[in-house]
Write a protein of this length. Structure first.
Length: 227
């Protein structure tokens, strides 16, 4: 064996440097997150394109270095795995950014047999509540949207739709045609604001209605004197 052979370094496989850096970085991030719980996973996911950048730099330097990197099937498989991991983490970061993984936060929800209310800073998903309504009741809705959109649908047990709104905003009231359970389904699309569904029984509605003023009595006329 010659001195040149003894000093020659074996060619390393493509992607091994990138894999080592990714493992060190991921382990460090996990360790830091244990001591710093406020660290958001979104920030780590946003760094995922660095995997592709580092792999590309490694390939470029390998080509410039005169063939010190071995491109066998193991190396190519390693590169494919790294590229796939980078793309998956990138897609997860985009989904997290758009709110696909977050349904609702900063939310207060209240629901019972008289109504259904929610206040939220972010609502991106579905929620529902079932109310028993008597024939003649009013279902009053109030909604305010600071951003995004809110859709709503109220349907009965037989699937009959009481009302459907592609954009629920402002105040509206609907008369219940028949007694039964009615399901309120709301769909937030990145919405911020709040809504309320309130049942007003027919008897209470009559009490809330202002009384009609009574007609004033006609004044009595003095009797006519005989001429």
């Amino acid at each position: 064996m010659t001195a040149s052979d003894q000093g020659a370094r074996p060619a390393r496989r493509a992607g091994t440097l990138t894999l080592g850096v990714v493992l060190v970085a991921a382990g460090t991030a996990m360790l830091v997150s244990l001591f710093w719980p406020a660290l958001e996973a979104e920030r780590l996911l946003k760094a995922s394109p660095l995997i592709l950048i580092l792999l590309g730099v490694e390939v470029l330097f390998a080509a410039r270095g005169g063939g010190k990197v071995k491109y066998d099937w193991v190396g190519m498989l390693l590169c494919v795995v790294l590229v796939g991991a980078g793309m998956v983490f990138y897609a997860a970061a985009r989904a997290y950014e758009s709110g696909a993984y977050t349904q609702v936060y900063d939310c207060s929800r209240w629901a019972d047999e008289t109504g259904f209310r929610m206040e939220y800073e972010y609502f991106n998903g579905f929620d529902s509540h079932t109310l028993y309504l008597e024939k003649g009741d009013l279902l009053r809705t109030q909604a305010s949207a600071r951003s995004g959109a809110l859709e709503a649908e109220v349907s009965g047990e037989d699937g009959e739709t009481l009302f459907e709104a592609a954009t629920l905003n402002g105040e509206r009231s609907f008369r219940v045609p028949r007694s039964g359970d009615y399901t309120i389904l709301v769909h937030g699309r990145g919405a911020a604001g709040g809504f309320a569904f309130e049942r007003i029984p027919a008897a209470e509605e009559d009490l809330e209605a202002p009384a009609e003023p009574e007609a004033p009595e006609a004044p009595e006329l003095p009797p006519e004197e005989d001429p």
